[in-house]
Design a protein around this ligand. Structure first.
Ligand SMILES: [Zn+2]
Ligand SMILES: [Zn+2]
Length: 383
C-alpha cells in the first residue's frame, strides 16, 4: 500500500490538552451561507476515532438542503460528507488503518452489532446517528471557544476532521483524490440504488428521473447491472447528452415532452423507475412509468414537509410498489473499494462527474452553482 507524506502529528494523551488550528466552512444559520472560519480541532482521539487530513470534499444536495433550511441540522456546524483524505493518526482501538492510508468517508456510519447491522443492513444501523460520538469529554471542534458540530459526524469542509473508524474505508491511492471523494456519496448512492436497492438484472428496462450527480450514477449502475434499456429524463439537452456518456440508451427532455407518455411509448413501461429528485411531481411520474407489478424508487431526498400523494386505485389494481432507497443500500467498506476498482478498469465513469474544482473559500459559491442547476459535482480540493 502506497502511503502519503503526512505530518508527524502525534495525538494528545489528554482530551482538550492541545488543539490544532484549522480552517473550515461553517453554517451558523439556515437558510444561510457558509463562512470560512478558523477552528480549533482537539488533538486527542477517542479509541475508535481516526484523524484525517481532508484532500477533497464533494458538494452534495443534502448539504444544500441544510444550507437552504430544508433539512434540519444543529448549528453551528461544518457540512460536507463526500470526503477523501489521508489518515494522520488513529485511536488506540483502530488496528486496521494507519497514518498515510488514503481513505474515503461515508455518512452510513455503523456500529456492527445492532439488529440491522447483524442482518447485513449496515446502512440502516440503529445507532448510526450517535455511535457514542456525542459522549466525548470535550468538543472536537471549537470556534472562539464555542463547540461546532460536524454534519453526519463527518464535517468534511475543513482542512482536517476526526471521524469514527466505521465511517471510513481505505481505498487505493491510484484513484485521483477529487474523484475518490465522490465514491463516498454520489457514486455509492446512485450505483448502489440500481445494484443493491432495486436489484436491476441483465435485460431489465430502467428509467431515471433527474440526471445530476446521483442520477447519472443510477444510470451507470443500471448499465453495470446489464440493463438493456436505460431511459434518462431531465430538463435540457446538455444533461441528457451527459447521461448518454454514463450509459443511457434513450433520453427524454421533460421540458418539452410528457415524460410518462414518452417512457411508455419507448419501453411499454419500465421494470424499475428511479426518482432522483424527491418531489411529488417526479415521484408520481416514476410510478406512472413502471409496468404492472413493478416498483418505483424514491432516491432523491424530499425536503422536510414534502408530502407524496399518489392515486390509490391504480396503485392497487396495477400492483405497483413505491419504495424509498437510502444511500444505495450500501455496505460501504465492501462497495467503495469495488467502485474504485471498476473506475481503474475503465468500467465506471468518474472523470465526467466533476464539473468544477474549487478552493474552500469558494464553497458557498459552489453551492450557489448547484442551486442554479449548473453543476454536476463541484469538489472542494485542499492543497
Ligand atoms: Zn450526499
Ligand atoms: Zn448498527
Amino acid at each position: 500500500m502506497t502511503t502519503f507524506p503526512t505530518t508527524d502529528f502525534v495525538p494528545a494523551t489528554t482530551p482538550g490538552a492541545t488543539r490544532t488550528r484549522i480552517r473550515g466552512a461553517v453554517l451558523s444559520a439556515a437558510p444561510g451561507h457558509l463562512e470560512v472560519h478558523e477552528l480549533e480541532l482537539d488533538d486527542w482521539l477517542a479509541p475508535e476515532e481516526v484523524r484525517v487530513r481532508v484532500e477533497a470534499c464533494g458538494l452534495c444536495h443534502s448539504d444544500l438542503h441544510m444550507i437552504d433550511g430544508e433539512l434540519p441540522v444543529v448549528m453551528p456546524t461544518v457540512p460536507g460528507h463526500e470526503i477523501a483524505g489521508t489518515v494522520e493518526a488513529v485511536g488506540p482501538a483502530v488496528t486496521d488503518l494507519a497514518p498515510g492510508d488514503r481513505v474515503v468517508a461515508c455518512l452510513s456510519m455503523f456500529c456492527g452489532t445492532c439488529a440491522e447491522c447483524r442482518a447485513g443492513r449496515t446502512f440502516l444501523c440503529d445507532r448510526r446517528n450517535d455511535l457514542g460520538r456525542a459522549e466525548r469529554p470535550v468538543p472536537r471542534l471549537l470556534r472562539d471557544g464555542e463547540p461546532v458540530g460536524q454534519v453526519a459526524g463527518l464535517g468534511g469542509l475543513a482542512e482536517r476532521t476526526v471521524l469514527h473508524r466505521n465511517s471510513v474505508v481505505r481505498v487505493t491511492p491510484d484513484v485521483p483524490v477529487d474523484r475518490a471523494a465522490l465514491l463516498g456519496c454520489a457514486v455509492l448512492t446512485g450505483v448502489g440504488s440500481a445494484l443493491h436497492g432495486a436489484g436491476v438484472r441483465p435485460g431489465d428496462s430502467v428509467a431515471v428521473i433527474g440526471c445530476g450527480g446521483v442520477g447519472l450514477n443510477v444510470v451507470q449502475g443500471a448499465r453495470l447491472a446489464g440493463a438493456t434499456r436505460i431511459v434518462a429524463i431531465d430538463l435540457g439537452a446538455d444533461k441528457l447528452e451527459l447521461a448518454r456518456r454514463f450509459g443511457a440508451t434513450d433520453t427524454v427532455d421533460a421540458g418539452s415532452t410528457d415524460p410518462v407518455a414518452a417512457v411508455v411509448e419507448l419501453t411499454g413501461g419500465v421494470d424499475h423507475a428511479f426518482d432522483v429528485v424527491g418531489r411529488q411531481a417526479t415521484v408520481t411520474q416514476a410510478v406512472g412509468m413502471v409496468r404492472v407489478g413493478r416498483t418505483a424508487y424514491v432516491v432523491g431526498i424530499p425536503p422536510v414537509g414534502e408530502q407524496l400523494v399518489l392515486p390509490g386505485l391504480p396503485l392497487v389494481t396495477s400492483a405497483k410498489g413505491v419504495r424509498g432507497l437510502l444511500m444505495g443500500a450500501n455496505h460501504f467498506p465492501r462497495d467503495i473499494p469495488v467502485l474504485a476498482d471498476l473506475y481503474l478498469q475503465g468500467r465506471l465513469e468518474l472523470d465526467a462527474l466533476v464539473s468544477a474544482r474549487i478552493p474552500l473559500d469558494e464553497a458557498d459559491e459552489g453551492f450557489a452553482q448547484m442551486r442554479r442547476g449548473q453543476a454536476t459535482r463541484v469538489v472542494v480540493t485542499f492543497d
